[in-house]
Structures are given as structure tokens and as C-alpha cells.
Design a protein around this ligand. Structure first.
Ligand SMILES: [Zn+2]
Length: 165
């Protein structure tokens, strides 16, 4: 029901299974509006975040969250959900982890092994000021995604890749 309602990414199903056996796993979702990311939309609609009692992470409040969202996200802790991507970017520069950022993976449908600029996670990165993570070709595609056949090609590629998961 939640997937149908919020279009939450398919990775959350197997992540939830993993967190069920390893409760307390941390998930690095940054702060954003429910309009921007599906995970925030899901939390906003079905649950409530509270700060854990003995730590700095946020967790879902079992008393104010639905049974369904507790199954999917209830075993996770959210350490950076009160920080925006740009705040995290500043922290990364402060801590000297820029080289790690070159190897992060977010794109659903990479083109020649690089972020596509067309999928939802690529759009979220661009909209939140993290466009330096995408190659110029992907930014160009993002700028033209509603005008060119890219949109159709992307949808086809996504449909095919979902078929094989
Ligand atoms: Zn992408």
C-alpha cells in the first residue's frame, strides 16, 4: 500500500528486510521536503520522527507511526535527517572526505557507468545543489529532459531494469 501511495524506491523493501535482522542500522537520508524525496513523503504521511533517547539519531515514533511504516523504516536510525545535502556537503569538505563523494552511488539508470540526469535520485541531487556529483552530459540531459526523446528512452530503460530486479 505504501509503495503504491508514495512510489517509495524498491531498495527500501530489501533494506527493510536487512534492518529487520540488524535493528538500529543507520540510513543516511538528508533533510528535504516531502515534495522532493519519496522517503520524506512516506515519513510525512505515515509516521513521525523523534530523537532517540540516548543518542543523536532520529527514529520513528512507534506511537505516532503506522504499522506499515514501522515495518519498512522502524528498524532504522536516521542520523542526518535534520541536515540538508548542502550542510552535509560543508561537513564533508570540513572533514576532508571529498574523495569519498566521487564514489557515491545514487543513479537508478546510469549511462556508461555515470549518473544519467534523468532518474528521480539524479533530479533530487540536482535540485538540492549537489549537481557537482553529475557529469556535464547528465546536467545537459536534465535540462532537456522534457523536450527530447530522453524522457521516453529513460522510461523504457527504467521499465526494462525493473523487470530484471
Ligand atoms: Zn540517474
Amino acid at each position: 500500500m505504501i509503495k503504491k501511495d508514495t512510489n517509495l524506491g524498491s531498495q527500501h523493501e530489501w533494506l527493510a528486510r536487512l534492518a529487520y535482522t540488524e535493528p538500529g542500522m543507520e540510513i543516511g537520508t538528508e533533510a528535504s521536503t516531502p515534495e522532493t524525496t519519496r522517503i520524506m513523503a512516506t515519513i510525512h504521511k505515515y509516521g513521525k520522527l523523534i530523537k532517540e533517547r540516548d543518542g543523536d539519531c532520529y527514529i520513528l515514533d512507534p506511537e505516532n507511526s503506522s504499522k506499515e511504516i514501522m515495518l519498512i523504516l522502524g528498524n532504522f536510525k536516521f542520523p542526518i535527517i535534520d541536515k540538508t545535502e548542502l550542510e552535509m556537503k560543508r561537513n564533508i569538505e570540513l572533514w576532508g572526505y571529498e574523495d569519498v563523494m566521487e564514489n557515491i552511488w545514487f543513479c537508478h539508470t546510469p549511462i556508461y557507468g555515470k549518473p544519467c540526469g534523468l532518474c528521480h535520485p539524479c533530479a533530487v541531487k540536482i535540485k538540492s545543489g549537489m549537481d557537482f556529483l553529475l557529469p556535464k552530459s547528465a546536467l545537459k540531459r536534465y535540462g532537456r529532459k522534457d523536450k527530447t526523446p530522453y524522457n521516453v528512452i529513460y522510461k523504457l530503460k527504467r521499465r526494462i531494469s525493473q523487470y530484471f530486479i
